[in-house]
Design a protein around this ligand. Sequence first.
Ligand SMILES: *Cc1c(COP(=O)(O)O)cnc(C)c1O
Length: 359
Amino acid sequence: MSSPIDLVRADLRDFAGYRSARSDKLDGDVWLNANESAWPNSADASARVRRYPEPQPEALRERLAALYGCRADEVIAGRGSDEAIDLLVRAFCVPGQGAIVTTPPTFGMYAVSARLHGARVVEAPLVDEGASFRCDADAIEACVLGSGATLVFLCSPGNPTGEIVPFDVVRDIATRLEGRAIVVVDEAYQEFASTASALTLLPSMRNVVVLRTLSKAHALAGARLGVAIGDAELIALLRRCQAPYPLPQPCVDLVLRALDTDSLATTRANAAVATRERGRLAAALEGAAGVRRVYVSSANFLLVRFDDAQAAFQRLLTAGVVVRDVRAQPGLGDALRITIGSAEQNDRVIAALAEAVPA
Ligand SMILES: *Cc1c(COP(=O)(O)O)cnc(C)c1O
């Protein structure tokens, strides 16, 4: 099995990154090496923020490793999974030459990061099979072979489709692309799914990287904390490519509290409610006039096709409910994406869409 480092940009393989004041493990009780203020800001009740934060606090990495069932040296934490996507593109694509493969309709940030970096985006669209979307392993393999792409972004559960890429398909793609490309499995919504995470592939498949985030089920979108999990050597390389102080101290403190036993129990209970509400909302919408299709979802949203998506969007807006218009995405010209809310919020969606369509 080849090392994923072989796929890293040749000019970055031995890149050491920025040496911050935190890089040298020195000991002392008077710290005058980083030009920090000697006095805390009067607004800073913790009096801790005057210091630059640990780049990757050990306690945080241990907690995240326990949460995701991996080793601490297999995790890198950053400013949301958005940063992890960006780091992967920067590490694996030569600017102006490299390429990534995406499977539209899918999350927009893969293409945005690639474009900003001057990397080509090659598309292996999900196959629309009427009732569901299928990830096309043959097309993905052909795209990689044809373009020399070093990264494949799979989104499972998919945004905006809500559908799982079956575990066997992820394994098949990663096996076929061994030595050619890293397969990134973005599991932003895995907490709402009942199928196995691609994390279980990790010990055996060194070219798989899994993205997880605290932005969705953990209700911490504003704290910006997401992770990439993968081969320890690869993670160490990504850390060298990362900004010197990516994790703000107040966010780290909040995240550590959010990952204690009590908070995790609440998080899991809320995810269970969202999952239940997803079933109720789907059933209600399936019977509503003007609804063409409600896709089976393993995430905290539903993708819904309408006879007249514009009218449905307007009716919801008139009722004060804002949903995501995804009509610009390929093959989704009649679709809206509706996030699962509280029971009361979902009732507002049902009421707005159940109202008789004006003749
Ligand atoms: C919401 C979302 C994310 C989360 O991004 P963060 O930067 O962690 O907030 C990642 N991937 C997908 C597919 C998403 O929908």
